[in-house]
Every structure is written in structure tokens, then in C-alpha cells.
Design a protein around this ligand. Structure first.
Ligand code: F6P
Length: 359
């Protein structure tokens, strides 16, 4: 049996722990393991395919990033290709990918990725590829799994930032707006904002009214709390308005979202007269060592994925449905994207403890 591992989309702390656990579990069964570099680029002649053995995965379990590298511009069904005139067109290179995998004697692919990679996995599965997936995203927006590795690390990083911003905000009587990741889902903002005791949390699931945000800041002022912390998911947007985007997306790349913190800080300062500052936490949330929780979850996912391959659960994704790791069809996972449930206990507690969602 020869399997090949691929990591796609944005990196997340814990990827290396998945790779390590999958490689060791596969070797334990006497299988051969290959690593496809940079998403599927290694199978498309744009990068290499390497052997993954004990030495290669030794000492990587605690490291952030991915030893296989990754890309968010490598969809084999829409692969960007530059034309002689400089323009870029997208071409379907999935047949080439499958041919190359057959040439290399690859019996099954283990893909580790978020929504985008899962959609690719489903299409490859429909073309007959024997594929099993491991969910990955710091945003926690993959359905059918309670959580994904990387999320806990990102939330911890955001809480650390909120704690540090609190002291400056309080010392200077300022409003500080922190922008965290979450293009479509507000989990990082909600969890870090609640644990870090933010005053306002803005998430894409609840379009905000800027006046409600300012009301909260003014009422804190009247109560003698002259500072406020606002945590905004990058994809949060005002009622009747649009998310802030940065533009400059490269061919094949998803839209780049960002800029909400600066826009909010300007608007809040204008409306309340309070001194405002903003900070974009950005890719710090994706970097560094995975927390113990993420390392363990990633390791469990890696081991479970190899068991899923042994059981020939093609087209399925391993998922945490506590206390167990289960397998679910990728088609099910893709049906409904995971978003913050507005009646979830975390939301109810946040509201009950006085946090404003700007609604
Ligand atoms: O998908 C995870 C994510 O962290 C999003 O929240 C964010 O918008 C995106 O990655 C940014 O990724 P990159 O800068 O690598 O394109």
C-alpha cells in the first residue's frame, strides 16, 4: 500500500502533527508514504513528491506550518496558467494529476485542508480517486466536526493580544479595535472576545449597527469605564453594508478580506470623540507552535485518517464528535457551511455578561 499526503489552503498550527501521526501509523502497517509538495503542485510537475519516512517526520509534531508547504492557489480543477500575452487562464489539470498519481503507484491520497481543499477532494473522489480527508482551519468553519486543530492556538493568540491591549486601553482611556481572522465565520472573534472579556464583538453572522457599538462605549464611559475593547472578525460588516476587502488577490486566490479594524476605529472616534486605535492580528494567528489541545487533536486526526484508509472509507473526512473521532462523507460536510449559532450557549453567555454584538 502506498499513500500520499497533501496539505492545501492556509497553514494552521497542527498540520505537522497530523503528518507525523499519519506517517508513523502508515509505517506501522508496513505502508509506503509519499508527501506531495505545495497542495497538489508536486503531482503537476510544479513542485516535487518526496518520500516520508521516520527521519523526515522526526521532531516536527510541535512545529507550526507544514513541512509539505501549502498554497491557496493550486486548485487542480482551476489551475491558473499564464498565457504568452501575460493574461492568466484557469485550466482543468485533474486528469494529469490522476495520471501522475497512478504512475507513482499511489493507492490513496490523504488530503489535509479546509473547505476549498475538501471541495477539491470531493471532485477527485467523484473522478474515482481513493481519497480521505482531515479537516483543517483556524477559523473552525468546517461542518460535521466539533472543532479543527489550529482553532485553539489561534484563539489563545488572540486572547493574549486582548489581554495586552487591555492594559494600554485602560491606561489611556482609549477604545482599541482588534481585527482577528474569520472571513465567513466569527468563531475566533467570539471565543477570544468572550474569554478575553471584550466589550464589543463583531462577527459576520450578525451585521452590526455602528450606533449600537458606540452606545455600548458611551454607556461604559458613563459608568466610569473609560476604555473599551472591540474585537472584530475580519469578515464583519455593517447592516446594509459590505465587508472590507483589500483587493490585490492573485489569480486562483480567494478574496482577501481585511481593514475593518481601521474603518471601525475611525468611525467610533468620529462618533464618540474618544481616542481610538486599531490592530490587525493577521497571520500571527496562524503561526507558532500548536497548543497542547491542537497537537493532540491533530495527532488523533492523523492516526484516524490512516485507519479510515485501511477501512477504504473513500470520500470521507475524519471528524471530532466528542468523545470520538468518526468519519463523515465529504459531500455531507460541504452541504452546509459551519457558522456561529446565534442561540449557542457561548453567544447567550456573551450577551448575558454585557457584551454587545452591535445589534
Ligand atoms: O482560511 C483561514 C484564514 O485564516 C482566513 O480567516 C483568512 O481570511 C485567510 O485565511 C487569509 O489567508 P491568506 O492570507 O493566506 O490568503
Amino acid at each position: 500500500m502506498r499513500i500520499a499526503i497533501s496539505t492545501g489552503g492556509g497553514d494552521a498550527p497542527g498540520l505537522n502533527a497530523v503528518i507525523r501521526a499519519a506517517v508513523l501509523s502508515a509505517l506501522d502497517r508496513g505502508w509506503d508514504v509519499l508527501g506531495i509538495k505545495r497542495g497538489y503542485a508536486g503531482l503537476l510537475g510544479e513542485d516535487e513528491v518526496i518520500a516520508l519516512n521516520r527521519e523526515v517526520v522526526s521532531g516536527i509534531g510541535h512545529l507550526g506550518g507544514t513541512i509539505l508547504r501549502t498554497t491557496n492557489r493550486g486548485n487542480p480543477f482551476h489551475f491558473p496558467e499564464r498565457q504568452p500575452d501575460g493574461s492568466i487562464i484557469e485550466i482543468d489539470r485533474s486528469d494529469e494529476l490522476i495520471d501522475r498519481a497512478n504512475e507513482l503507484g499511489i493507492d490513496a491520497i490523504l488530503t489535509i485542508g479546509g473547505d476549498g481543499s475538501l471541495a477539491i477532494a470531493q471532485k477527485l473522489f467523484e473522478k474515482g480517486v481513493k481519497i480521505v480527508a482531515v479537516p483543517k482551519t483556524i477559523d473552525n468553519d468546517v461542518s460535521c466536526t466539533i472543532t479543527t486543530f489550529g482553532f485553539d492556538t489561534a484563539v489563545s493568540t488572540a486572547i493574549d493580544a486582548i489581554d495586552k491591549l487591555h492594559t494600554t486601553a485602560e491606561s489611556h482611556d482609549r477604545v482599541i479595535v482588534l481585527e482577528v481572522m474569520g472571513r465567513d465565520a466569527g468563531f475566533i472573534a467570539l471565543y477570544s472576545g468572550l474569554a478575553g472579556t471584550a466589550d464589543v464583538i463583531l462577527i459576520p453572522e450578525i451585521p452590526y449597527n455602528i450606533e449600537r457599538v458606540c452606545d455600548k462605549i458611551r454607556s461604559r464611559d458613563r459608568a466610569g469605564r473609560h476604555f473599551s475593547i472591540v474585537v472584530a472578525a475580519e469578515g464583519a460588516f455593517p447592516l446594509g453594508g459590505k465587508e472590507s476587502t483589500l483587493g490585490d488577490s492573485l489569480p486562483g486566490e480567494a478574496r482577501r478580506v481585511g481593514g475593518i479594524a481601521d474603518a471601525l476605529a475611525r468611525e467610533i472616534q468620529k462618533r464618540t470623540g474618544k481616542e481610538c486605535r486599531s490592530l490587525v492580528l493577521g497571520h500571527l494567528q496562524r503561526g507558532g507552535m500548536p497548543t497542547g489541545y491542537d497537537r493532540l487533536l491533530a495527532t488523533r486526526f492523523g492516526g484516524a485518517a490512516v485507519r479510515a484508509i485501511a477501512e477504504e472509507r473513500w470520500g470521507e473526512m475524519v471528524a471530532l464528535q466528542s468523545p470520538h473521532i468518526v468519519c463523515v462523507p465529504i459531500s455531507e460536510v460541504l452541504k452546509v457551511p459551519k457558522r456561529v449559532e446565534l442561540e449557542h450557549d457561548v453567544m447567550l453567555t456573551a450577551r448575558a455578561t454585557g457584551i454587545s454584538f452591535g445589534d
